[in-house]
Design a protein around this ligand. Structure first.
Ligand SMILES: O=C(O)CCC(=O)C(=O)O
Length: 298
């Protein structure tokens, strides 16, 4: 009950430019009817609308899974961000055509990968939604794809998530007592706790992909068996024709606009609204990060 009410509040704040599966009921039904020649998309959209996630098998190459797993297993930190810059298999998994085509059809906008994260073990990361890190205008045009690089054991600290929580309000810094990640996590845990939604874990098998909607609350479950690996890769995707920003870094002096790097196309993507231009320091820093690793030679 609570979640339907909050969903209504949130959706009424959204424009008709939101992804079709996120629209208020009447508009959503209309768009679903218009897709009657694509029952596969109607079914995926209905499931995604309801749960905020999808599990798919995109048939990744065995070699890419094995090479990405070998790289990931050797990581000695919690995670490595943007290993696609130095590892071909990680890049190929991130820009896999079957993934980007599926996402582009589902969202009706062109999807592009802009960040990878590789985890050798469970992250035990606090519950959050990606809208706090990667939001968009219009809202909702971002998603994560979590690929199991080995069969995921329940004791390894699997990905955990709250089905349907993507319909809760999108939190921004202005809704919170400050830009502190710990405060944010507590805020999220109490919000999601109040809905009664039960937490689930993604015990998926090697090669399967878990796709989450931008506002789905998720994190890393506690690790029950520290001897276990949990080899996995997350790729974050945005969609063309939006403006991109980070609520977490948005202070009183203005919105923290981003300029994501399209990993597949090999270029930065400007915000659709040209007045949403990130600061010079950010743009130079991002270019230096990408070009110093020479990704075009990978
Ligand atoms: O893999 C995990 O444990 C968490 C990943 C995650 O939360 C993210 O990439 O946003």
């Amino acid at each position: 009950m609570a979640i339907r009410k909050m969903a209504g509040d949130r959706m009424s704040r959204e424009s008709a430019a939101a992804p079709w599966f996120d629209l208020p009921d009447a508009d959503y039904q209309q768009r679903a009817s218009a897709l009657s020649n694509r029952p596969d998309l109607v079914e995926a959209g209905a499931e995604y609308r309801q749960s905020g996630y999808l599990i798919r098998d995109f048939g990744f190459s065995e070699d890419d899974l094995a090479e990405a797993a070998a790289y990931t297993k050797a990581i000695t930190t919690i995670r490595v961000q943007d290993a696609w810059l130095i590892n071909k298999s990680i890049k190929r998994l991130a820009v896999n055509k079957r993934v980007t085509e599926f996402l582009s059809e589902l969202y009706e906008r062109e999807a592009f990968a802009f960040q990878t994260l590789n985890f050798p073990r469970g992250s035990q990361q606090g519950v959050h939604s990606d809208t706090y890190h990667f939001n968009s205008i219009p809202v909702g045009f971002m998603c994560g794809v979590w690929i199991a690089l080995e069969d995921i054991h329940p004791d390894s600290g699997p990905l955990q998530y709250y089905p349907g929580s993507h319909r809760l309000p999108v939190f921004a810094n202005k809704d919170l007592p400050g830009g502190d990640m710990n405060v944010y996590v507590q805020h999220v845990e109490s919000a999601v706790g109040g809905t009664g939604i039960a937490r689930e874990t993604a015990k998926i098998t090697r090669g399967q992909a878990f796709i989450w909607a931008a506002n789905l609350f998720h994190g890393g479950a506690p690790i029950a068996d520290p001897a276990r690996t949990r080899l996995s890769q997350v790729t974050h995707y945005y969609f063309r024709g939006c403006s991109y920003f980070t609520p977490l870094a948005t202070g009183q002096d203005g919105t923290f606009w981003r300029e994501p790097y399209d990993i597949g196309a090999g270029r930065f993507v400007a915000n659709a609204d040209r007045s949403h231009r990130p600061g010079l320091k950010y743009r130079l820093g991002e270019r230096l990060k990408v070009w110093s690793k020479r990704p075009h030679s990978v």
